[in-house]
Design a protein. Sequence first.
Length: 337
Amino acid sequence: MSLILPEDYQPTLTIRDTEAAIVFIRERFQEILGQKLNLQRMSAPLFVEKSTGLNDNLNGVERPVDFDAKDLPEDDTIEIVHSLAKWKRLALKKYGFGMHEGLYTNMNAIRRDEDLDNFHSIYVDQWDWEKIIAKKERTEDTLKETVTKIFAAIKQIEAECAARYPASTYRLPEKVHFVTTQELEDTWPDLSPEEREDKIAQKEKAVFIMKIGDKLKRSGEPHDGRAPDYDDWQLNGDLIFWYEPLDQKIEISSMGIRVSPESLHEQLKKADCLDREKLTFHKMLLDGKLPYTIGGGIGQSRLCMLLLAKAHIGEVQASVWPQEMIEQCQKHQMQIL
């Protein structure tokens, strides 16, 4: 168990006021996000059939929660989603979205192998979003422009939250800094990827770390794991803030321009996962039947935690925690829901 216990932590909102603030942030932010990125809210599945290949494999080692159902074939395994990275792209085609139109969903997931701490929970809730772009727009400029719009949306909800809860809103920096994983390795070659992220986040306060998944030149290892079949590893990244209450970085969003047929094949080959090309989703993509897109996820509980200056994600979501963690949190005034 990993747990940061800040000294002299005192929540400024009661549990009921915190719940009211959560409702406000969640409902208002999705409106702002939809407006800035031209997204329509859509319903999304909690589970998908394993055989479709639609579930997110994350780093490739996490176990999905799976089950069978009485009225489905015995060998038809159903999996609780890890995220909706691939489902969204298929939905854009299925529902007839046009160029520069997109969707967002309230995504709920279970990640049973998550290491629990102040920021990580078994229960995951995020705004999953996806938008159609032209092939020629699969560029770093498109990625940066989209990140800047998302950052602007976060700054807007921060301002509106501060107007309601002036003494309880954590203030964010005014701009976001862009850097690649290779630049981080070149700057701090003796540090781990996690330590590099802490360094750059503490320095810049808000940073978008680009190009995650492929091997770095010095170490020969990836900065971090990324599934090979949704983000293009050269056109993706994580949005991270420095969070002073815990003296640590907090990741709010992971996003990227999605794989083309060419980059999908290349990344599957690098990851030794070419067998996935037989799955329904992958076949459609390789055959050019899916649109070019950009998309990502924005953590709902993490954004609430960040804006409300909470010390533990369990203060803004109801989940399950080790009893020892609950007791430690209670001793340090963390009001676990």
